[in-house]
Design a protein around this ligand. Structure first.
Ligand code: PAF
Length: 309
């Protein structure tokens, strides 16, 4: 399958490496020429739970080189979705499908506006990775990837093909019809884990060692579940809070993506995670003080990087 992976971050590099190693035709798109050149020279380097591998996959800064892609995998941070897809729109053919496995709310909507909802697939992945350097990642957690069509089940066949390609590459994947439920269920996990790691600098599992972080996690998750219910979204876990704690335990050693961002002094996805819950809460007249507070604290952290404290 001809696949374009947009964004050589942790997930982008992981997917590109696995798919290229399995013999798929993969092009990785970057916006930074220096990094693209470096990865072209050294290859993608993966270490961690799947062992050490070095994989060759071409990296380019020219979206035109992605012409003919059957699948575009959007792996940029949620706040960059619109700017990353825009230059790719002219090269999307009638068969091209665009899949987002990103964290947070709003990616499917942004991609649907840019490319048309009939092209867009959404999903979530329990694969986790940490960037160690350009094109160099640690595969930190493995788990299922769930994908589905946004605008109905008419694309079931090609979704099944993509799932088969992922499975053959060693990325366990299933087609799931309720994309909204998937995205919201993953969102609730990020709501409970990500900002707390960014603020406390703890690893995922350590959040469960302290009554203080457990209390905030519980309140943030309760608020988010109430917003999901008010939106009519059915979550895929019967006990969402128990699921958040299970994921924190299962990924105990992980440095969550938001903490990775704060450590590297990058913008975080707080607006698309807890900020999105607070904004919806305001619109729906539901109180979300804990999500509002977490959003303001992480915003302050990212706004004060240059203060050097
Ligand atoms: O954003 C992340 O880091 C991950 O989605 C998760 C599940 C919190 C694990 O670290």
């Amino acid at each position: 399958m001809n696949i374009v992976v947009v964004g050589p971050g942790a997930l982008g590099c992981l997917l590109a490496a696995f798919l290229a190693e399995a013999g798929q035709e993969v092009l990785l798109l970057d916006h930074r020429p220096d990094r693209a050149e470096l990865i072209n020279r050294q290859g993608l380097m993966v270490e961690g739970i799947s062992g050490e591998h070095r994989v060759r996959a071409p990296v380019s800064v020219s979206p035109e080189e992605g012409a003919g892609a059957e699948l575009v995998l959007v792996c940029v941070k949620a706040y960059n979705t619109a700017s990353a897809i825009e230059p790719l729109v002219p090269i999307l053919g009638p068969q091209t499908r665009v899949l987002t496995l990103q964290n947070g709310l709003g990616n499917v909507e942004t991609l649907s506006t840019a490319c048309g909802p009939e092209r867009v697939w959404g999903g979530v992945t329990a694969q986790g990775a940490t960037v160690l350097g350009p094109g160099h990642i640690r595969h930190a957690g493995a788990g299922e990837t769930l994908i589905g069509a946004v605008s109905g089940s008419d694309q079931e066949t090609s979704l099944t093909d993509v799932a088969a390609v992922f499975n053959q590459a060693g990325l366990p994947t299933r087609v799931e019809p309720m994309v909204d439920s998937l995205i919201w269920s993953k969102l609730i996990i990020n709501v409970g884990i990500n900002p707390l790691t960014a603020i406390t600098r703890l690893r995922n599992g350590q959040l469960l060692d302290h009554p203080g972080t457990q209390w905030v996690m519980e309140q943030a998750v309760r608020e988010a579940v109430a917003v999901a219910q008010a939106q009519g979204v059915k979550l895929i876990y019967p006990d969402p809070l128990a699921r958040v704690k299970e994921v924190a335990r299962a990924t105990a050693g992980n440095i969550a993506s938001m903490l990775q961002d704060v450590r590297a002094q990058r913008q975080t996805e707080i607006e698309q995670i807890n900020g999105a819950i607070a904004a919806l809460g305001r619109r729906l007249g539901l109180p979300t003080p804990v999500n509002e507070t977490l959003t303001n604290l992480v915003r302050t952290i990212q706004d004060s990087y240059s203060a050097g404290v």
